[in-house]
Design a protein around this ligand. Sequence first.
Ligand SMILES: *[C@@H]1O[C@H](CO)[C@@H](O)[C@H](O)[C@H]1NC(C)=O
Length: 340
Amino acid sequence: MGLLSCVVPLLLLLCGAAPLEAAPAKSSYLPGTGRFWHITDLHLDPTYNLTPDPTKVAPPLKESRPPTPACSETSCVTHPTASSNSPPHVPAGELSTDLVVQDQMPTSTNAVYRAAAELWRPWLQNEALLTLSQGGFYSQLVKPGLRVVSLNTILYYGPNKKHNERLVSIFRKYSDIIAGHFYGHTHQDSIMVLLDQQGKPVNSLFVSPAVTPIKSLLQPYSNNPAFRMYLYDTEDFSMQDIWQYFLNLTEANERQSAAWRREYVLREAFGLADLKPLSLLKLGLSFMEQSTAFDSYFKHFMVGYDTSFTCGGACKISQVCAMLYLDQLSYSRCVEKGGW
Ligand SMILES: *[C@@H]1O[C@H](CO)[C@@H](O)[C@H](O)[C@H]1NC(C)=O
């Protein structure tokens, strides 16, 4: 539904550096460019079985409804394809003896928040650790002028769309100081543009595909495992580019060995001058025309899982509407109109 109401997005205002050997060919050190990795949605599968027989690695799905991306780790966001949010991807009873309440996390401290805070202890200051253990969210100054805000959006998740509208309106209000939005949870790779009330593009949002592949019973596609690196300008913290990496599972299964490779570089893949909201809005609008750009976007959406699957008609409309309309009302209007 173009909703941003599920878990722990990083409203990044950035940080970090990463090894250069991961750089795409021909690009060496880029002066004035900082880098950080986004690795998201690693799911525990307690029933995983290491065996040479690929049909016996995982048991058949037992849940009657489709498994949906979980929100228990570092980043999460809803998306047209995310129909609900179940903390485990396996039936609750197989994960622990505790009662698992679907789609909800407590608003006060609990064992999950405390464990997350413990895991993040090496990187977070006391104030951030305190709010993480109490509410599953934190904010931390990375350096003067740059703050990371990690939201626990599962707190706002639910049928009440008012929470989503409020979040979007807060994003609009502060869009001039938000250098980037970084999400996960959907397991797929997508881009969104935040428009203000007048329809002016004000922020670029990026949804990183997942390390863990997931396939819902209702979806004809899945995702190849993936992670990415963001490049940003160290002066004004604007996003410069994305280097997307992936593991071709089909190939890995054929060869019995895993080779992680670069999938694409965002600006190069779509001929973008920059990743500013206006450029991404123009890209989204160009998808309506008969062009190969949308096919390539959708191929990346699945992380190259199935190159024969084409997304047209209602599939394409919901993709493009989700890219351009984050609030429920304009998203629904877009879908009803069958376009924008
Ligand atoms: C993945 O590997 C298979 C088998 O080698 C190949 O047919 C397919 O094109 C590859 N997909 C991508 C996205 O590279």
